[in-house]
Design a protein around this ligand. Sequence first.
Ligand SMILES: [Zn+2]
Length: 439
Amino acid sequence: MTSLLPQHRRDAAAADGVAADLAGRPRPPAVGRSRRVATATRLGHLAEVSSRLSGLGAGGVIGGRVLLALAPGAVPELARGRSLALVSGTNGKTTTTALLAAALRTQAPVDTNADGANTQAGMVRALAAGDAATVVLETDEGWLPWAVRQTRASTTVLLNLSRDQLHRHHEVAHVARAWRDALDGAEHVVANADDPAVVLACLGARNRTWVAAGTRWREDARVCPRCGHEIVSDDGGWRCRCGLCRPRPQWWTEGDDLVGPATRLTLGLGLPGAANRANAAMAVAAAAGLGVSPEGALGAMRTVRGVAGRYEVFATRTHSARLTLAKNPASWLEALDMVGARSRPLVLAFNSDGVDGRDPSWLYDVPFDGLAGRPVVVTGRRATDMLVRLEMAGLHDVRRAGDVAAALSLLPAGEVDVVANYTAFQEARRALGHRCHGR
Ligand SMILES: [Zn+2]
């Protein structure tokens, strides 16, 4: 099992409502806030502790809601005078936030929402929990316009925009236009040159750093988000007849190398896959804009080996199980690419509860054919949907199990990849953690 103690200690400190640095050392609460915001912060913390003690969860979102209810204008006050970076996009934002925070910590303490609470309440809570001069906030794509206007962040990192939770973010172009309106006149945007919706969103920013971070999922990038005409792609990039086209990137990856202005460095990440190499390129570009050398940024980022349980390896008595999160078509493609590089047996865990999104029909947009010939077990409350999808992809020997532990027992001892969507991922993480600790 990988050592994730610093992460666990940070989680514990965050659960206590106390800001913590990378080593988990708590820092004292901020001073110099207005009485109203200071009182709201204390009462939010109290609500959080009560929620946790009564077994209702970590309580961070409740704490943030209480804080905002008592001090609706708290965010501009809490953000004032701090160097603030927002990280948003459909996929990769938790990992990129962790990588960027690690890079910036080489210079000074950083406050961040490492717990992944990325809506209004989670962000305000992270801002209130400490007084570090530097803040990195993972930001839900629907909340980005609010966060940009409230915090006046000096840096916004935009990764990608594709379908996610269809019942919530209705269409990509709608979100892209909301981003564009909010980012008009923004100080600095670090953005993925390969994603037309992202490019449209930041054309009005005062300074733009373009990164070739790729778009594995092209279904949502076939139509121009500005005019609705077809996007034409070739080796040189993409363009639309309206003039929207791929900007020339300043940063890109070549294999495991990162290339930037007068820079060529080996990434050598502790995190697997092409998607994480792209996330790292975005984080280095953002860190460089904030004064951290690419060498220094990468040195810190290489020490990140798991992010909120993603890519964590759980060693049970019989199996070594690596856990990967895949929550929408684009991230399933990335996860399948990651596990496709190995020939390990697979467990696919699939739910459609709450944040998973209720409609799993997009499973039919994901090509599972490449898994043929591998031992696969499916589990989760929508395991039947997955089973039918895999059958149609030509996988005829897939078995089904009641939970992840039972799924592992159906597979030969050794290394296994577990790919799960959001709530299934949380359940698998708890179940596998319990089995490891119970050895
Ligand atoms: Zn167009």
